[in-house]
Design a protein around this ligand. Structure first.
Ligand SMILES: [Zn+2]
Ligand SMILES: [Zn+2]
Length: 238
C-alpha cells in the first residue's frame, strides 16, 4: 500500500518512467537508477558567473575574461559529460518526454537567477527537424514556460540559412558559420524585453552568442541563456 502510494506520487512526478532513463533497469519512483544518477553530474559546484560553466574557482572563467559573451548571464543544471551526454542524445533522438526532467532542473536553477519577461528558444535546422520530428529546444522551452509561468514566444528567432555541423568546426569557424544564420521574426516582440533563450547544450557558446547578438540588435534589454547542460570549463584546452 505504501509502495503504491509512493508509486502514485512518483507517477505524477515522472509519469513516463518506471525504468531508468539511461540503462532501462527497473527503478522505483526515480527517473535514473543509482549508477546512472552518479554519471549525470550536476553543475552545482563552482561556476563562472557569466557563462555558468563549471570552473575550478568561483570566478569569471578565462574564456569569458578574454572575450565577454554578448548575453548577460547563462545557467545550466548539468555538466555535459558521461551520462548527461547519453541522456541528451536520447532526448534529441526520439525520447521527447525527457524534456520534463531537464526543464525541472532548469526551472530549479532559475529560482536563483535574474528575472526575465519571456522565453524564446534556439531554432533547429530544417534538416534536423525533418529527421527528429521535433526541436528539442522548443520542447524544453515549452516545459520551462509551464514550470515558471513565463510566456513562451514561438518562432521569435528563426533560422535563415542552413549551416554546417558545428561539431566539426573550431571556435572561430563556428562563429563564422553562424553569422547571419538567425533572424528575429518581430522586433516589436523583443524590444525592451528581458529575454531568456533556451538551448539544449552550451558548448563553445557560439550559437548562444549569435542569437544574443540579433536579440540585442532587435532591442532586447537583457539576454539570458538557459541550457540543460554545459561543458566543463577547462583551463588547459585538452
Ligand atoms: Zn540506469
Ligand atoms: Zn565563463
Amino acid at each position: 500500500m505504501l509502495k503504491n502510494l509512493f508509486k502514485n506520487i512518483s507517477e505524477s512526478l515522472f509519469p513516463e518512467n518506471f525504468t531508468c532513463d539511461l540503462c532501462g533497469s527497473e527503478t522505483f519512483g526515480t527517473n535514473l537508477c543509482p549508477d546512472c544518477k552518479n554519471s549525470v553530474i550536476k553543475n552545482d559546484g563552482n561556476t563562472c558567473p557569466v557563462c555558468g560553466r563549471q570552473t575550478v574557482a568561483n570566478e569569471i572563467c578565462i574564456e569569458c575574461k578574454h572575450s565577454l559573451p554578448l548575453y548577460d548571464k547563462a545557467v545550466s543544471p548539468l555538466v555535459y559529460e558521461n551520462g548527461t551526454i547519453k541522456l541528451i542524445q536520447k532526448f534529441k533522438n526520439g525520447n521527447a518526454y525527457l524534456k520534463n526532467y531537464f526543464a525541472l532542473l532548469i526551472a530549479e536553477k532559475l529560482k536563483n537567477f535574474p528575472d526575465f519577461d519571456l522565453i524564446v528558444y534556439v531554432p533547429s535546422a530544417a534538416k534536423s527537424l525533418r529527421r527528429r520530428g521535433y526541436n528539442q529546444s522548443f520542447l524544453l522551452a515549452q516545459s520551462v514556460s509551464q514550470k515558471t509561468g513565463k510566456p513562451l514566444l514561438k518562432n521569435a528567432v528563426i533560422k535563415t540559412k542552413e549551416t554546417l555541423h558545428q561539431k566539426e568546426l573550431n571556435g572561430s569557424e563556428r562563429a563564422e558559420n553562424l553569422k547571419n544564420s538567425f533572424k528575429v521574426a518581430k522586433r516589436s516582440e523583443i524590444k525592451n524585453m528581458r529575454v531568456l533563450v533556451i538551448d539544449d547544450v552550451l558548448t563553445t557558446g557560439a550559437t548562444a552568442n549569435e542569437i544574443s547578438r540579433i536579440l540585442i540588435a532587435a532591442g532586447a534589454n537583457k539576454v539570458y541563456i538557459a541550457a540543460a547542460a554545459s561543458v566543463r570549463y577547462k583551463m588547459f584546452n585538452d
